[in-house]
Write a protein that binds this ligand. Structure first.
Ligand code: F6P
Length: 331
């Protein structure tokens, strides 16, 4: 194999640039020509490809976003879209592809390798940490750090006003960002999609706090929470706030959505390290002739495993951390 490509797809995450950096530099050192595909699978279908050099990736490892651009590409689910993608790869003689993204991007990678014979390696890039086969995904550590710092600052105004704030964080039906950030910032309650929302228990907690003179609370709520088994529709933070207000009409309360700030700004050192190590491992896989592999990290060791097997694993809530987060903040 002489030519390999790299693309980022789906929601961007910090650490993607570090993975691109290592894929390009390590790839060149292994004698590959390395091509960057712009805007994910969309770029593959539109033949939007650039040749990358060591210089192209200079100084990018710390930066948020992705220098290659990204997109969510539904066409990659269609045979026509897949054939267009493969035709572009064939045209450029690109035989190996590193795909950096979440589960949707991995599904595309799996199709390219199992159905079209493209040697494909997946690197988990998503702030959500919702891929079960790996301890961490790229961007998760940065997103948690951003949420924890934001809540730390938010407490300044909330505490001097004896005010409660419902803060919504991302996660795409996975509560990890809320749980990890809630634990380190001492949120008075953490609500996640994996545990059905219990309004009575939340209000009981707020009333117990109030009795002890604690009137400022941070309630961290992950997007995708469920109430009585049903997905909460609309803005989760507003839903929870309104729900509390119907039960505690006099409470001083606000809501906010942290939103895309969680995907903005420099990557933490942890995410840069992970991106670089995963990028290098992906190139090593291609150099060894492997295909359809998902790169992961477990107990700080980087590993690769079959993408089909990786995607078949089901992510569960880290119950111990969830309980610790909700118990430590008890008054
Ligand atoms: O999957 C990453 C993620 O940031 C989710 O947490 C969130 O639900 C979604 O992407 C937001 O998507 P978009 O950037 O397309 O608004």
């Amino acid at each position: 194999m002489k030519r390999i490509g790299v693309l980022t797809s789906g929601g961007d995450s910090q650490g993607m640039n570090a993975a691109i950096y290592a894929t390009v530099r390590y790839g060149l050192q292994h004698g590959f020509e390395v091509y960057g595909i712009r805007n994910g699978y969309k770029g593959l279908m539109n033949d939007d490809i650039i040749k990358l050099t060591a210089k192209s990736v200079e100084g990018i490892a710390h930066r948020g976003g992705t220098v290659l651009g990204t997109a969510r590409c539904l066409e990659m689910k269609t045979v026509e879209g897949q054939q267009r993608a493969v035709a572009t790869l064939n045209k450029h003689g690109i035989e190996g592809l590193v795909v950096i993204g979440g589960d949707g991007s991995f599904a595309g990678a799996k199709t390219l390798s199992t159905q079209y014979g493209i040697k494909t390696i997946g690197i988990p890039g998503t702030i959500d940490n919702d891929l079960a086969y790996t301890d961490y995904t790229l961007g998760f550590d940065t997103a948690v750090t951003i949420v924890a710092n934001a809540v730390k600052d938010l407490r300044d105004t909330m505490s001097c006003n004896d005010r409660t704030c419902v803060v919504e964080v991302m996660g795409n039906r996975c509560g990890d960002i809320a749980v990890y950030a809630g634990l380190v910032c001492g949120a008075e309650a953490v609500l996640t999609p994996e545990v059905s929302y219990d309004a009575e228990a939340l209000v009981a907690r707020l009333k117990a706090n109030a009795k002890k003179g604690k009137l400022d609370n941070i309630i961290l709520v992950a997007e995708g929470i469920r109430s009585r088994g049903e997905l909460v529709k609309g803005k989760e933070a507003d839903y929870i706030m309104e729900d509390i207000l119907t039960r505690m009409p006099k409470i001083n309360i606000r809501s906010m959505v942290l939103g895309h700030l969680q995907r903005s700004g420099d990557a933490t050192v942890q995410d840069r390290l992970l991106g670089i190590r995963m990028g290098a491992h992906a190139v090593q896989c291609l150099a060894n002739g492997l295909t359809n592999r998902a790169i992961g990290v477990h107990n700080d060791a980087i590993f690769d495993e079959d993408i089909v097997e990786a995607l078949a694993k089901t992510k569960g809530l880290n119950v111990a951390l969830y309980e610790l987060a909700n118990n430590l903040s008890k008054y």
